[in-house]
Design a protein around this ligand. Structure first.
Ligand code: ADP
Ligand code: MG
Length: 148
């Protein structure tokens, strides 16, 4: 493991627990940070995101943007830019929405399915992976966070 790499691992057994971990990160999030969320469909990326939003002090409903790639929430401690790029066809769609303004801005970015836009991700981002392990139960999730 590289010396500069900082890894944190959590194990959760309910959506509420995953939400709480997101909330913790939302409370400590700094302006300009980019969180990438990697994991299969239904693993809990949006649950985690809802926790981050709550931690930032956002009280409104946060769901995965269905018809847009990105949703802005302004009512928290910092602007929150929630991307879900699951349906993206090409990174050009990111150019079209002017993603650089968000990636290099003063808010907090969180990108579900970030692996699909790997080529435009800034090198400095916080990578979060969520995995199931059915042997440990249906609601078990392993959440790993690493930042380079
Ligand atoms: P994704 O955004 O990764 O597609 P969602 O967050 O929308 O996934 O959905 C996750 C689903 O898994 C929800 O129905 C949630 O209730 C369920 N779930 C069960 N156990 C957990 C857990 N430990 N953490 C998060 N979600 C869980
Ligand atoms: Mg989702």
């Amino acid at each position: 493991m590289a010396e500069t790499e900082n890894i944190r691992v959590w194990e959760t057994h309910s959506p509420e627990e995953t939400f709480s971990i997101g909330e913790l990160l939302g409370r400590e999030a700094l302006a300009g940070q980019i969180y990438t969320l990697i994991g299969d469909l239904g693993v809990g990326k949006t649950v985690f995101t809802q926790g981050v939003a709550a931690g930032l002090g956002i009280t409104g409903t946060v769901n995965s943007p269905t018809f847009t790639i990105m949703q802005v929430y302004e009512e928290g401690r910092l602007p929150f830019y929630h991307f879900d790029v699951y349906r993206i066809g090409d990174v050009e769609e990111m150019e079209e929405i002017g993603y650089e303004e968000y990636f290099y801005g003063e808010g907090v970015c969180l990108i579900e399915w970030a692996d699909l836009i790997r080529e435009i991700l800034p090198p400095r981002h916080i990578r979060i992976t969520i995995k199931k392990d059915l042997e440990k139960g249906f609601d078990y999730r392993k959440i790993e966070m690493s930042s380079a």
